[in-house]
Write a protein that binds this ligand. Structure first.
Ligand SMILES: NC(=O)c1ccc[n+]([C@@H]2O[C@H](COP(=O)([O-])OP(=O)(O)OC[C@H]3O[C@@H](n4cnc5c(N)ncnc54)[C@H](OP(=O)(O)O)[C@@H]3O)[C@@H](O)[C@H]2O)c1
Length: 335
């Protein structure tokens, strides 16, 4: 089969290559998935650069890229209960390929007919849902999101708006093609506009009370400012770190308003989905299924077009999430 692989740790734009590889041998607890679509996520780049702790480490030679995606069960090991033909989300390894073999416990079954591009991005849906829950923000309160144009932020803002939470979205530059109100955003703050004073804007919006929660993947001095702008009892959740600079806080910035900073990492990163999570996962999938729930993408690419897909995703993420789509031209092994 075709796969996008790497043989050494490095920048995704430098070490990835397209190769013909053998489909990995299956055990009795494994499932062979015919991949339909796999997103290119910032986290996939961290994996290629070997920045994650164990067990998320590349194994050489011929490590296949991609950690998430959606596909169809082609063959199920005898200890598994998944049916051939079932649609599944894979939250494992080796997803930038025509076929992936994964232990059944790392797969999440989805309803047949679930939109494939949303299925492929199910990790982001789970993350967005969890971030909102963990922030503790309540209906009528203010939530601030950084990297407001990102896939995760636009998922959180839509879930938040549906719960009656008011959303401030902070972006480096507003995108002309994105109607932020349609993504549930109450107030957009564009940092590129001269004269933007974050403190004054937030004080105006919240009548001097501050935001009740911040969900941040940018970091740096901006994050310090946002923590200082939290309301009494406010919470800041860190889930990424785009900026290289550090934030600085005084203990009293937290203590005097009982504020807290926590981190969030995707729940199926170190351990597989638990059986008892399945009904919540189904709820998350159903909440995002309607067409009005938007998960725009920047483009789809065949595996052959990996260079463009990777370069655009790595260098210009602001153009939107890109997916590998493997559905065209590939036949099921059984055919
Ligand atoms: N902790 C977890 O479990 C978890 C799970 C999933 C994702 N993440 C993290 O979540 C973040 C977003 O992921 P995604 O897939 O939603 O991203 P995405 O759709 O690819 O969007 C990336 C966004 O990041 C913004 N950005 C990039 N560099 C920036 C910088 N230096 N300062 C400010 N903004 C910057 C861009 O903003 P502009 O529009 O302004 O250019 C762009 O909108 C990433 O950091 C990713 O690693 C964490």
């Amino acid at each position: 089969m075709k796969a996008v692989i790497f043989d050494e740790v490095g920048l995704p734009t430098e070490v990835l290559k397209l190769a013909e590889v053998e489909i990995r041998e299956m055990g009795d607890d494994d499932v062979l998935v015919r991949m339909l679509a796999s997103p290119i996520n910032p986290g996939d780049f961290l994996f290629i650069q070997d920045l994650y702790p164990e067990p998320k480490k590349p194994r050489f030679p011929r490590q296949i890229g991609g950690n998430y995606g959606a596909g169809i069960v082609e063959k199920a090991g005898k200890n598994t209960t998944l049916d051939r033909g079932a649609l599944v989300f894979v939250t494992y390894y080796d997803t930038w390929s025509e076929y992936a073999v994964a232990p059944a416990r790392w797969l999440i079954p989805l309803a047949s007919g679930y939109p494939i591009q949303k299925a492929a991005q199910f990790m982001n849906l789970i993350t967005g849902w969890d971030l909102l829950e963990e922030s503790g923000v309540q209906p009528g309160q203010w939530l601030l999101l950084t990297a407001g144009n990102s896939s995760i932020a636009t998922i959180v803002s839509q879930f938040a708006a549906r719960r009656g939470v008011k959303v401030i979205s902070v972006v480096r530059t507003a995108r002309g093609d994105m109607d932020m109100a349609a993504f549930g955003v109450t107030q957009l703050i564009d940092l590129s506009k001269s004269g933007t004073n974050l403190g004054e804007l937030i004080a105006d919006l919240t009548h001097g009370l501050g935001t009740n929660a911040v969900i941040d993947c940018v970091g740096g001095a901006l994050f310090g400012d946002l923590v200082r702008l939290l309301a009494m009892g406010g919470q800041a959740i860190v889930y990424g770190g785009y900026r290289e600079d550090r934030f600085e806080l005084h203990n009293f910035d937290l203590l005097m308003k009982g504020a807290a900073i926590r981190s969030y990492i995707y729940r199926y990163f170190f351990s597989p989905p638990r059986r008892e999570d399945l009904s919540l996962l189904q709820r998350i999938a159903e909440s995002a299924q309607p067409e009005e729930f938007r998960m725009p993408i920047g483009g789809t690419h065949g595996l052959d077009d990996f260079k463009r897909a990777i370069t655009e995703s790595f260098k210009r993420p602001e153009q939107g999430k890109r997916l590998f789509e493997m559905s065209h031209g590939y036949r099921s092994i059984g055919q």
